[in-house]
Design a protein around this ligand. Structure first.
Ligand code: NSS
Length: 435
């Protein structure tokens, strides 16, 4: 039926063309209202939603019958004339001249207003069609784009690392096991060790790929599969590390806001770019304990800074705050002890403001072979599992540092989402691996 290629428009374009222009649209029926011989279809495509008026007096009987049969989420193709009409949502409607049903909905669409989170996520494959969910996914795409821009402009080389691994990076408790031809291997928690190998060839590297954690905790910020932005730099110490993390977060947040104007308008949200302006405050683990004591916590040396503690600390700040110099016993073996105080490490977590908690984990790595081997043994680990990681310290070791940032955690913070699962296309949590 539809042959006028020149008339084809996206929904967003309809709001920009002049009154009376003829357009051809393809999309899905988002909502429909019937008033006898007049139907209103809210037509959705990837760019937005526009009201289409289908009047039986103006379309042929065939088009009207197809429009009548088109239930929610049916796919349709139509032609019509753009009318600027203040009664229509957004001030524009398309007055339909012909309509073809591409494919009807075979059942009632399972997602209705007021559906529970369970129904929404059991039907994530259909829930994605919601313009609000789609807007979050576009913003996510913009954030990842901005992160690539940052690293590329700084001379980092993107590398892709393995997902199947044989040893833990972030402790054995959260490893997922995989049966690898009868041998036990794991899903990666972090590509850090592979990046450490790559800096001897490329000096500054980054990766954006999934990490896996068998997190037993049911919180609003833990996924079992999340997208991890990681970077590693040769010849870097704590000052350069914090500088790079700060600049990345500032650039990524500001640029995402700039790229996502339409989506933010649709969501009725704004990204608080003022939160990332200026230097981020830096406090030591010891100073964090003081803050916690003031809030009534029993904050003794060695206290693990978990979700509750992070919430309290980050509520005290209007910008992201670096928490530095964690005690050795709280951090994985690869963290370099501070030469000025061997009890603490040259490590830093970045906590997002407004109680959002950790978005970045980072640190300077042990560069000495003997020291690294001693730490592996001290943790009760088998040096043979880490033979190649130890090798890196045998041949021209250099000071180096790196970090990991969670994509979904950053989106949760900047968009004010109540749960990280809203930032993932198909979230995986302790209680969900489908769809
Ligand atoms: O465990 S981290 O704190 N650090 C690492 O994995 C280092 N090996 C990274 C590195 O230096 N290359 O995780 C880093 C970040 C953390 O701050 C969160 O933003 C995110 O990864 N992360 C998560 N996001 C969602 N869900 C879960 N379970 C999760 N775990 C970490």
């Amino acid at each position: 039926m539809m042959d006028g290629q020149g008339l084809r428009r996206s929904v967003r374009e309809v709001f920009e063309v002049r009154d009376g222009e003829e357009v051809e649209l393809r999309g899905w029926v988002w909502r429909k209202r019937e008033h006898g011989r007049l139907l209103f279809i809210d037509l959705r495509d990837s760019t937005g939603v526009v009201q289409v008026a289908v009047n039986s007096a103006r379309v042929g009987p065939e088009s009207f019958s197809e429009a009548s049969r088109a239930g929610r989420e049916s796919s349709v193709e139509l032609r019509g004339f753009v009318a600027h009409d203040p009664r229509a949502p957004g001030g524009v409607e398309v007055r339909c001249s012909s309509l073809k049903l591409i494919s009807p909905s075979l059942d009632d669409f399972p997602i209705r207003k007021g559906a529970s989170a369970r129904v929404l996520y059991d039907n994530r494959h259909l829930y994605l069609r919601s313009p609000r969910v789609a807007a979050v996914m576009r913003i996510r795409s913009n954030l990842v784009w901005a992160i690539h821009e940052f690293f590329r402009s700084r001379g980092f080389v993107e590398i892709d690392c393995p997902t199947l691994v044989t040893a833990a990076v972030e402790g054995g408790a959260t490893l997922f096991e995989v049966n690898y031809f009868g041998r036990k291997v794991y899903l990666t928690q972090s590509v850090q060790f592979y990046q450490e190998a790559a800096i001897y060839a490329l000096e500054k590297v980054y990766s954006i790929q999934p990490s896996f954690r068998a997190e037993k905790s049911r919180t609003t910020r833990h996924l079992t599969e999340f997208w991890h932005v990681e970077a590693e730099m040769a010849h870097a110490g704590l000052p350069e590390l914090l500088e790079t993390v700060e600049e990345l977060v500032r650039y990524a947040v500001t640029r995402t806001a700039e790229l996502s104007e339409n989506e933010l308008k649709l969501l009725g949200r704004s990204i608080k770019t003022e939160e990332v302006e200026g230097r981020f405050p830096r406090i030591t683990y010891g100073e964090a304990l003081d803050i916690l004591s003031r809030h009534g916590f029993k904050a003794e040396w060695g206290l693990d800074i978990g979700a509750d503690e992070e919430r309290i600390i980050s509520s005290d700040f209007e910008k992201p705050v670096f928490l530095t110099h964690f005690p050795r016993m709280l951090k994985p073996f690869y963290h370099k002890p501070d030469p000025l105080n061997q009890d603490v490490t040259l490590s830093a977590d970045l906590l997002a403001p407004r109680g959002n908690g950790e978005i970045v984990g980072s640190g300077v790595r042990i560069e000495s072979y003997d020291e690294l081997k001693a730490r592996i043994l001290e943790e009760g680990l088998n040096p043979e599992d880490y033979y190649w990681y130890l090798d890196l310290r045998k041949y021209g070791s250099v000071p180096h540092a790196g970090f990991g940032l969670g994509v979904e955690r950053v989106l949760k913070w900047i968009l004010g989402l109540p749960h990280v699962r809203m930032a993932a296309l198909f979230p995986r949590t302790i209680s969900r691996v489908t769809p």
